[in-house]
Design a protein. Sequence first.
Length: 393
Amino acid sequence: MSVSTEENKADIIISGAGAAGLLLAFQIAQEPKLSNKKVFLIDKTKRYGNDHTWCFWSKEQTPFDDILANSWEELEFLSNSLQQTFKLNPYKYKMLKSASFYQFIWQKLDSHPNIQFIETEINELVEVGEQVELKTTAGSFYGNLVFDSRFSQDWIKQITSKSNLQLQHFLGYTIKTDIDSFDPETIRMFDFRIPQAGEVRFVYVLPLSKTEALVEFTVFSGKLLSDKTYKEILENYISDYLQIADYKILEEETGVIPMTDYVFERKNGKRIINIGTRGGLCKPSTGYAFNRMMEDAKNMVSELVKHDKDVEEIEVKYAELRYQVYDAMLLDIIKRDGGKISEIFSQMFKKNPIQRVFRFLDEETTFAEDLKVMKSVPSFPFFISIFNLFRNR
């Protein structure tokens, strides 16, 4: 058994260098009061390429605004009952490519010698007394406090018996056309006009120019589709709905995001704090996570400064109970009959200012605003969900 030494011990260890871990490391680097803290950022891979596209809306500037792939001030919503374009002001919808994000973050972290990246695979975390041991393939490392963002499909499967687990899964093409085919000022956030097949199915279009866009087919359901089905539906949408016959695929992206009403523990002991998807930062009913992780990183750094000498007193934030209930109800509808979501979202967008919708999805509304949103959507599916939630308690 190895022992703690100056070489393998840090004040703070961030387990996992995905978006959540990198955002936290970046936020620590930005705080002068933490410049004396030794930080290990540990992952088996140092990421560089375009393996993710993060989208989020914000009415505030972010540190990443200068490296965005694009941002938009108009949003188009399409379904069989609603076709409408919304002005987003004061919000902007933003698109961030992971290659730009990784390059930006690593350049910032490289200028802070107190933050060290260690490339090795983490096997186990064990809290021992006043420190945490990380057992890795390169030996053990020790920290006074560990932020754990490790995630795997095997781990998420362990909670399925305790929750309603749905999946957000998608296939997207970044395509290039020879002629003008897109409105670069407007995103198509939802297009529910495609057949729903009893699930939540939609396509969104994020134009990068008049001749280039990310077109992505997304499904909310309990099971994945075949590779052939994703491809057929996406390519049929491009030809039938966008009326584009000739195009070049520049990039392709796929992914699976868990959507669950399980309440993730933010603390795993006194000195291990879960962040990212592991900490429940992925919005259960929509899959949006990036903005929530940015805000959580700010909160964690504020707590680190506040509880410099007593990290066990660091407070973590959970979603308010009412938002947990709203998410659970929507997930129940997705599980029972996802095809109803198209009309629920259509009515919500039709009868509410887009700014209120964004505040609602960001969990920033007052209860009075919540009632207006709930009143605007078909009520019967939610009554059934309320019954199901109480029955399963």
